[in-house]
Ligand binder design. Structure first.
Ligand code: ADP
Ligand code: MG
Length: 428
């Protein structure tokens, strides 16, 4: 069914006034919320770029209701976007819940016709980006996000699945290409050319933006990454795993909003997490209320970057050793002590290649947030314009090196050292 048919088949965006009656008609929902629907409160909270999100609360409990709109909310009806993204989001949420129980909001109901998902209300969780701007530490985060990525990426890869199962799953997500196209344009193309959607801190960053549009080494590097994003169906990705898609308490991490899910290169998800932590790190001087007041917090952010990668690496390797159920690396080819040793060496080499991809994709994510359409609040909310431009300039310089000279970052420690140097330049 194409989108025109979906709309014809009865799609309509719900309003705050519509929701209680709609929810009361769903099995079990009235009991979950409690009391009569007239007593339920409804609040539209969609601070995101694309969809409607309502929080509905009754005396017994609450739910979050997310509905796709047939266009990009941030831009308006002039930029159509398929409602089918709700289908892919609920499919990804279901798959993630199966692979990593409790790390995503539970689905309470899915309405294909309305492109609407009723899900568990996450409370008192906050969007991690906002918490990090406020300087809050999340001690559970590194281990929990590493585990989430290791499980979702490992168990949907050819290391764990048979070729037939893997290809069926790739097919199941292949129709989400309109969302992939957003990434292909906004992350891998527009920041490097003149595009109506681009914006940056001007005039401070005018020169560097112009240099990026002329920089052929950079254009080759980002095009290699784009080719990988287009062609490497390595595993089911979340597809938009930034700190705005993570809700946290100090004790717990939850991952929301997988509407960009598809089978792509693993490093794209890991790079998204690392890029957003690095941008937050560089933004911190801009959020200080006293000189140096966020230095200790910055240390925590960098430690977290190191921990995310090292835990991910250990977790993924452990899953591989324990669950070699996929069609890749046939056991017949790695028999005996010598075979086992060689396979272990190869696992390490695989992780090294994945690290290089991660560095490149992280760089692409950093650049798009500074020169492209969608910026991030960590940098946008810096009140002092000079500090904001300094943080952005430092991030762009670091990201360019990460993308073009990736071999200079053989380990996560090299990234941390480079981030510290970039951070020092923001304070200078
Ligand atoms: P979009 O895809 O439009 O960006 P998101 O899925 O990111 O929408 O949701 C937008 C906002 O709604 C989130 O930033 C968060 O504040 C809130 N939200 C989304 N899902 C939930 C949930 N399950 N529980 C509580 N709040 C939620
Ligand atoms: Mg979204």
């Amino acid at each position: 069914m194409d989108d025109a048919q979906r709309v014809a088949a009865g799609y309509r965006p719900l309003s705050e006034a519509d929701l209680p009656r709609y929810l009361a008609g769903l099995p079990g929902m009235a009991d979950r919320l409690g009391g009569p629907p007239a007593g339920w409160t409804v609040r539209e909270v969609g601070d995101g770029n694309l969809n409607l999100v309502f929080i509905v609360k009754g005396p017994a409990g609450g739910v979050a209701v997310k509905q796709a709109l047939p266009y990009v909310r941030l831009v308006g009806e002039s930029w159509p976007l398929p409602l089918s993204r709700a289908h892919y989001e609920q499919m990804a949420l279901a798959e993630q819940a199966r692979l990593v129980p409790g790390r995503t909001p539970a689905i309470r109901h899915y309405d294909e016709r309305l492109a609407l998902i009723v899900m568990e209300l996450l409370e008192p969780h906050v969007i991690m980006r906002r918490g990090m701007i406020a300087g809050t530490r999340y001690p559970a985060f590194a281990a929990e996000i590493a585990d989430f990525m290791a499980r979702t990426l490992y168990f949907t890869s050819d290391l764990a699945l048979t070729a037939a199962a893997k290809k069926d799953r790739v097919g199941a997500f292949a129709g989400n290409h309109a969302l992939c196209k957003i990434t292909e344009d906004l992350i891998f193309t527009d920041p490097y050319r003149v595009a109506a959607n681009n914006r940056w801190t001007s005039p401070e960053l005018d020169d560097i933006a112009a240099a990026f549009r002329e920089d052929l080494d950079l254009h080759v590097a980002v095009s290699r990454l784009k080719l990988k994003f287009l062609s490497a169906a390595e595993a089911m990705l979340h597809g938009d795993l930034h700190t705005g898609s993570i809700m946290v308490t100090e004790a717990e991490t939850r991952v929301i909003d997988p509407e960009f899910a598809f089978y792509g290169p693993m490093g794209f998800d890991i790079g998204a997490v690392i890029a957003n932590l690095l941008l937050n790190y560089l933004s911190q001087p801009g959020h200080e209320t006293e000189p140096g007041g966020r230095r200790a917090y910055q240390r925590w952010v960098l430690d977290t970057v190191g921990e995310v990668w090292s835990r991910f690496r250990d977790d993924f390797l452990a899953l591989w050793r324990a669950n070699p159920t996929g069609d890749a690396y046939p056991p017949d080819l790695f028999q005996g002590m010598a075979g086992a040793a060689r396979l272990e060496e190869e696992r390490q080499a695989f992780m090294d290649r994945l690290w290089r991809d991660t560095v490149g994709f992280a760089a692409a994510k950093m650049i798009r947030r500074i020169l492209g359409l969608a910026h991030n609040l960590d940098l946008e909310s810096i009140p002092d314009r000079r500090l904001k431009a300094a943080a952005e300039t430092a991030a762009l310089g670091m990201a360019r090196t990460m993308m073009v000279e990736t071999e200079r970052f053989p380990s996560v420690d090299a990234i941390l050292a480079r981030a510290e140097a970039a951070g020092a330049s923001v304070r200078a």
